[in-house]
Ligand binder design. Structure first.
Ligand SMILES: [Fe+2]
Length: 384
């Protein structure tokens, strides 16, 4: 048996931000709570959202304090402000940190407590059980897929807390590729590799879902054909549209099949060393692909074929290695450092990350099992 659902409603299109007022009216919004970060606010997107809301007669307040790898104190503050402003609907505009924080703010508004109370390591998916305030999610990067997932993450001290729950999912994902046009090359590269990692890890996940696999394959192909173009020329509209589509579609895939050891390792690199999520994934990805190769070889051949690589006269083992080399080549072409040490990670950081990576929920669906401390340590050391 397989079970799948591709909620929420997705509104996708170049320039579709101008639908935010209409969509908010559709949700019967009277007082919107706009969640963002200060950098996005400077780009003028928040002003535009407020203008469109005003035209629809909707009031709004702005909470712009979400930081990269947001701490739980920040979302607790956001939940208090949501209540104090008598808001009824969340409009989240930003990258993954903003969209995830918005989901958790809605959870705290309705169910109270603090984010770590809902850590999936210590509670079940049923811990998030109430109908939460509605949320329109507007991604400004092509990577996270948070706009279509039931997952949200926040940092507690040095630990990444993962929260899972069907009520967390956005009510509407408003995906406007135009918003990604000003995304700088390094952020474009990191987010794009996050999306690629979602698509690949979902495809080789232990969970079975052929519908999600169709999304993964489409996303992988789109990213392979468009990420370098978007990195080299941020004004390439077609590349930006294809990357936005790929990131959302990859999010739909991993929302069904989850991810794997790349994410299990990268979550700790963000919590312990404050590495951007996409950067950590990009560096770790080839190393985990090699580790998983012995159990995922046939899927790698399918992925290599989807990329259009010439596999003539290659054995499955050689075709798999060709696929991994192509990922490494893409990393290099978009300026991703080869090693974690180049990003400030030290050998002394590894010991603290191993237990949390081993018990990370993403490790459960990694194709190679069991995910032992020794396996995790070997990945970190190979990537260091
Ligand atoms: Fe990710």
């Amino acid at each position: 048996m397989i079970s799948f659902s591709f909620a929420p409603q997705i509104v996708f299109g170049y320039g579709c931000l101008n639908r935010v007022g209409f969509l908010s009216l559709f949700l019967k919004t009277q007082n919107a709570f706009i969640i963002t970060d200060s950098e996005i606010e400077k780009l003028g997107f928040v002003n535009k959202v407020q203008k469109y809301l005003e035209l629809s007669g909707i009031k709004s307040n702005v909470f712009n304090e979400i930081e990269p790898n947001p701490q739980e104190e920040t979302v607790i503050k956001g939940a208090k402000e949501f209540k104090s402003t008598n808001s009824d609907t969340v409009i989240a505009i930003g990258g993954g940190s903003v969209l995830d924080s918005a989901k958790i703010i809605r959870l705290l508004v309705k169910q109270g407590g603090k984010p770590s109370d809902y850590n999936c390591k210590t509670s079940t998916i049923m811990a998030v059980h109430e109908m939460l305030p509605l949320q329109i999610s507007i991604p400004t990067t092509s990577g996270t897929g948070s706009e279509v997932s039931i997952v949200a993450m926040v940092t507690s001290g040095h630990e990444k807390v993962t929260i899972l729950g069907y009520p967390l999912i956005s009510t509407i994902a408003l995906v406007d590729p135009k918003l990604t046009m000003s995304c700088p090359p390094n952020l474009t590269a990191m987010c794009g590799m996050d999306a690629l990692t979602h698509a690949i890890e979902a495809f080789i996940s232990l969970r079975i879902n052929p519908v999600a696999d169709m999304f993964s394959l489409q996303a992988i192909t789109l990213i392979y054909q468009n990420l370098k173009k978007a990195y080299l020329n941020g004004q390439d509209v077609i590349a930006r549209i294809n990357m936005s589509l790929a990131a959302t579609v990859a999010g739909m895939a991993f929302n069904q099949k989850s991810v794997g050891l790349v994410h299990a390792c990268s979550h700790q690199l963000s919590g312990q060393c404050n590495l951007p999520h996409g950067l950590a994934n990009a560096i770790i990805l080839p190393h985990v692909l090699r580790v998983n190769k012995k159990v995922s070889m046939s899927q790698y051949v399918t992925l290599a074929t989807a990329l259009g690589l010439d596999l003539t006269k290659l054995s499955d083992d050689e075709a798999s290695e060709r696929f991994i080399l192509e990922i490494e080549k893409l990393n290099k072409e978009i300026g991703i450092p080869e090693k974690l040490a180049e990003c400030g990670v030290k050998e002394s950081d590894i010991a603290a990350m191993i237990p949390n990576a081993t018990s990370d929920i993403s490790a459960i669906t990694n194709p190679l099992q069991p995910v032992t401390k020794e396996l995790v340590e070997s990945v970190y050391r190979a990537a260091l």
